[in-house]
Write a protein that binds this ligand. Structure first.
Ligand code: F6P
Length: 323
């Protein structure tokens, strides 16, 4: 089986970009080790602190963020970082060419229950003429990403990654410490009978979204004329991985729970990388009115609605929203 670095070399990925990816991989291997150790490594439980988004930070959020930050700051091609756990942009190396946005630990509510969690990352080229510490560096559309991926810390540790030439999956061989290619050029099936959404929010959705989901739950007796199943991992990495593996639609729509925050998932380090992975696997990724990768970011921690997965099902959902 080919290992990650050989595959990237075959794809002619630039040496400096490879260094950035290798650094992310090194950090994620360390996190995978600590996650496996669980309570024995002291990674469970919450701290007394909140991040800039007002979420209580778990010990593993802080440990993972620190690990990524330390390794990426020491990686010469990295110009600046943006993390879910950092209030502002973190400047790295003056000669760096790349920007890394990441969610060091996605699905934090699953940490203490031994559930699926992950790391999501996105890499852009740094812009000339803009200081590295400026947030404007990160105001690039998702279509400008040069690499996107996630590491899923599940029963096995998996890496899904794309540099624009298809989406691939690698499994961590813990005996050698290498990520080995286990799914090449993934193609998400176009039709599906599986959806993922947090149903407990349904009363806060738009009427159109409620109608779409209600028609799915009517199954073969409703207008969709087929039976649907529902899955919800409460960790985007787990839900998106299922979509990449066997198709499906993943939704975190906008809602009216909190007028100041109509969406939950973050554009830069959740929606954009997942959208690139999905589209490079033949799926669709929209934010209700717009393709996610075409959204012009306005803020570092901006949130957007997310609808992604099997192309025909996403189109069907969008047709309800455009009624
Ligand atoms: O913040 C991100 C996240 O944990 C995602 O990984 C996941 O899809 C979602 O939030 C879970 O949200 P909820 O708490 O509504 O189930």
């Amino acid at each position: 089986m080919k290992n990650l670095l050989n595959v990237l070399r075959d794809d002619d990925v630039e040496t400096e970009l490879m260094q950035v990816i290798e650094t992310i991989i090194d950090a994620s291997k360390e996190i995978a080790f600590r996650v496996r150790q669980g309570a024995l490594a002291g990674v469970l439980g919450s701290t007394q602190d909140e991040n800039i988004q007002g979420e209580t930070q778990k010990h593993l959020d802080i440990i993972s963020n620190q690990l990524f930050k330390d390794l990426l700051l020491a990686c010469r091609p990295v110009a600046a970082l943006a993390s879910e756990e950092e209030d502002t942009v973190v400047e790295a190396n003056p000669t760096g060419k790349y920007l890394v946005a990441f969610d060091p630990l996605d699905g934090s509510s699953n940490i203490d229950i031994n559930g699926q969690i992950g790391t999501i990352f996105s890499i852009y080229r740094a812009l000339d003429l803009i200081p590295h510490h400026s947030e404007m560096q990160f105001h690039q559309q998702g279509s400008q990403q040069v690499c996107a991926g996630y590491v899923l810390y599940g029963p096995s540790t998996l890496l899904a990654i794309t540099t624009g030439k298809g989406t691939r999956c690698f499994t961590l061989d813990s005996t050698q410490g290498n990520f080995l290619l286990t799914a090449d050029k993934i193609q998400i099936v176009q039709d599906t009978q599986e959806f993922a959404i947090n149903m407990s929010n349904s009363r806060f959705w738009s009427e159109d979204m409620r109608c779409y989901i209600s028609d799915l739950t009517l199954g073969e007796t409703g207008p969709r004329q087929k039976r649907y199943n529902m899955r919800w991992n409460a960790a985007m990495v787990g839900d998106v991985h299922r979509v990449l593996t066997r198709g499906g639609i993943f939704l975190y729509p906008s809602d009216n729970r909190n007028a100041k925050q109509p969406a939950k998932l973050r554009l830069l380090y959740e929606a954009n990388p997942m959208a690139m992975l999905t589209e490079n696997a033949g799926g669709r990724a929209w934010s209700e009115q717009q393709r996610i990768l075409e959204i012009q970011p306005q803020q570092l921690h901006e949130r957007v609605a997310v609808i992604l997965g099997s192309a025909n099902e996403v189109d069907e959902c969008l047709s309800y929203l455009q009624r």
